[in-house]
Design a protein around this ligand. Structure first.
Ligand code: ADP
Ligand code: MG
Length: 616
């Protein structure tokens, strides 16, 4: 038999590669505008027609291209921005992969005009489906114009996947905001058809933020932005955060690093901590936070559509960020107008903010823990002194802790430390004899009386925090499956699946997504204890469909909760004494042990007085 392996024709290879880079009109906008920024433009005009389906046009006044470069630009892996792998660690440009133009040209009809300042004539090139139809010298303005017409004209399946105009437009706007907010040195003009929907003049950062979201929101932003600013040898941070009373359901929350938009759920938590108790749990503050760090200390995601960025000093930055935001809120003497318990409000003295008071969350997850391995799992060695020793001298939160003996139910803790403190007090007489009631409740002796825990709910809380933490630091351990399970996705499902894919990966899932409609599940979170992985994923996709998931946090929390539910000890399961102790220990090590993530009570304390009273 003759040999059967051959190289794919360029057109096919490019189309396959394009699937990764160009998923919708918004991806085209992003790539073209980023190229214009990289070309040093200070004026960029965008035109979209039919939500980008029929046309996306980007014109810049940047440095333009020579005729040879103009042709070369459409080749795959052709870039002027990096030369070797080492350059990846000193990136200052938005692009570096050299695959955007090749990808766009593989799935659309592209016309490009470009001229460098020093050239008398420019060049026009027309490419469609990777084939070059025209290349000639022409007269044109300095700079570059791209017209991308009829996106996915040759990939009908992709075209059918596009959503309604409104959805596609909102994706387009989102990409635009992400670029405009961090490039206030550039003037932008954005047309939807014949109507200019944005005109953003060159300005300072604050004015750019205020202008970006349109006239109606301008005023709201003018009233609420507080500057933040800090500079250390690890990082400088500047930007603006919204006053707490302007918190809203789908807040505008943006992080940028070295001029690039990024998603960073872990840093998001640092900001949220600074707002602790100042806003309703369902709302979020607006923030626009710009980091500048040494390019050597970050790892820009190699994946073309992912916006996560890894930092070398994540924990230190976390603390600096949280302190900086806290300070900004304190400095402006925010007296929130919304109704909240003043006693519960954090103290915000400007002078005393020090990094030592703020600690990033630590992972307290034991990767070997699996309640489903065998009939009775081994309790991980817990050394009390080690676990809580750190809090011994920590009396800062003590006065905030209501007197335990007087309380029937554990009060909502103000901070994690408070809870540990309470626990430490309680546990001083802790005896490790537990009792299980109706295979549902775990009962144990505590200082003030009798503690009763709902075993399922408690375990959900424990696992939720553990999954969430792993997702935040992206250190979930994955268990590979030998025979991949197949997840069939129809039409819409694939889209929603893509929306949560990043988070599923962060949670420890591994997929082979060569085929958008037949996804192979090749790995699952090591902690996951469920029989139906496919069923679980379907539930999550359904959740993504039915809830408008606005913030990154919401997505992660939904996933963490579903995984926790699926992996938790159920009601009706009998537990050994050791298992019960372990459950109690781990519950009290939680950040918020009193309730399940969806707000159900996990534990109740019956005070001794209360019990004694019953015997009168
Ligand atoms: P990358 O941006 O990763 O280098 P692209 O495929 O987006 O890859 O672009 C390829 C090359 O084409 C760029 O490296 C740049 O040299 C050139 N180029 C693209 N767009 C422009 C533009 N608007 N102005 C000047 N040069 C451009
Ligand atoms: Mg590019």
């Amino acid at each position: 038999m003759s040999d059967i392996i051959h190289l794919l024709p360029d057109a096919v290879a490019n189309q396959i590669a394009a699937g990764e880079v160009i998923q919708r009109p918004a991806s085209v906008l992003k790539e073209l505008v980023e190229n214009a920024i990289d070309a040093g433009a200070d004026f960029i005009q965008i035109v979209m027609k039919d939500a980008g389906r029929t046309l996306i046009q980007v014109t810049d006044n940047g440095k333009g291209m020579s005729e040879t470069d103009a042709r070369m630009a459409f080749e795959r892996h052709a870039t002027s921005k990096i030369k070797d792998a080492a350059d990846l660690f000193s990136l200052r440009t938005m692009g570096f992969r050299g695959e955007a133009l090749a990808s766009i040209a593989a799935v659309a009809q592209v016309e490009m005009r470009s001229r460098r300042e020093e050239d008398e004539l420019g060049v026009v090139i027309e490419v469609a489906g990777t084939r070059v139809f025209r290349q000639e010298a022409i007269q044109c303005e300095k700079g570059t114009t791209f017209l991308v017409k009829n996106l996915f004209f040759n990939v009908p399946a992709r075209r059918r996947f596009l959503k309604s105009d409104n959805v596609e437009k909102s994706h387009l706007l989102q990409e635009f905001y992400r670029i405009a907010l961090v490039n206030s040195q550039v003037e932008f003009s954005f047309f939807d058809g014949d109507e200019e929907i944005f005109h953003l003049p060159v300005s300072n950062v604050k004015a750019r933020i205020e202008n970006t979201f349109g006239k109606t929101l301008k005023k709201r932003f003018q009233q609420q932005l507080l500057p933040i600013e800090t500079s250390t040898n690890l990082v400088s941070i500047h930007g603006y955060v919204g006053k707490p009373e302007f918190a809203q359901k789908s807040a505008n929350q943006y992080f940028f690093v070295n001029g690039r938009y990024m998603r960073h759920p872990y840093f998001h938590k640092a900001v949220m901590l600074a707002y602790n108790n100042m806003i309703q749990p369902t709302e979020g503050p607006n923030y626009f936070i710009y980091f500048e760090v040494d390019t050597q200390t970050i790892d820009i995601n190699i994946h073309p559509t992912k916006t996560e960025i890894k930092f070398e000093n994540e924990q230190a930055l976390w603390s600096i960020l949280s302190a900086t935001v806290k300070e900004a809120l304190g400095k402006f003497n925010i007296v929130p107008s919304i109704d909240f318990d003043q006693e519960g409000a954090p103290e915000m003295p400007v002078q005393t903010i020090s990094l030592e008071n703020i600690r990033p969350p630590q992972t307290s997850f034991n990767p070997n823990y699996n309640p489903f391995s065998g009939s009775s799992y081994k309790r991980p060695e817990i050394n009390w002194e080690k676990l809580y020793g750190g809090f011994e001298g920590d009396t800062a939160g003590a006065q905030l802790v209501p007197h335990f003996e007087e309380e029937e139910v554990l009060p909502e803790p103000n901070t994690q430390q408070d809870m540990h403190h309470v626990f430490q007090q309680e546990i001083s007489e802790f005896q490790s004899t537990n009792f299980q009631l109706k295979n549902r409740f775990v009962i144990t002796n505590v200082k003030s009386g009798m503690l009763m825990i709902d075993q399922h709910r408690a375990h959900v809380r424990i696992l939720f925090e553990s999954f969430l933490q792993q997702m935040l630091v992206r250190q979930a351990s994955t268990q590979q499956i030998l025979f991949p399970e197949i997840l069939e996705l129809h039409q819409d499902d694939a889209l929603y699946f893509e929306q949560i894919l990043d988070d599923l990966n962060a949670a420890g899932f591994d997929f082979n997504v060569d085929d958008r409609e037949l996804v192979h599940v090749t790995g699952v979170p090591a902690q996951l204890g469920t029989e139906s992985v496919v069923g679980l994923l379907k539930t999550l996709i359904e959740k993504a469909r039915t809830t408008a998931l606005n913030s990154a946090t919401e997505v992660s929390e939904n996933i963490a909760l579903a995984l926790a539910e699926a992996s938790s000890i159920k009601s009706g399961q009998s537990l050994t004494n050791e298992e019960m102790s372990d459950l109690i220990n781990r519950l009290f090590a939680c950040e918020n042990p009193n309730y399940t993530p969806d707000g159900k009570t996990t534990m109740v304390i019956f005070s001794q007085d209360e019990i004694v009273a019953k015997f009168r």
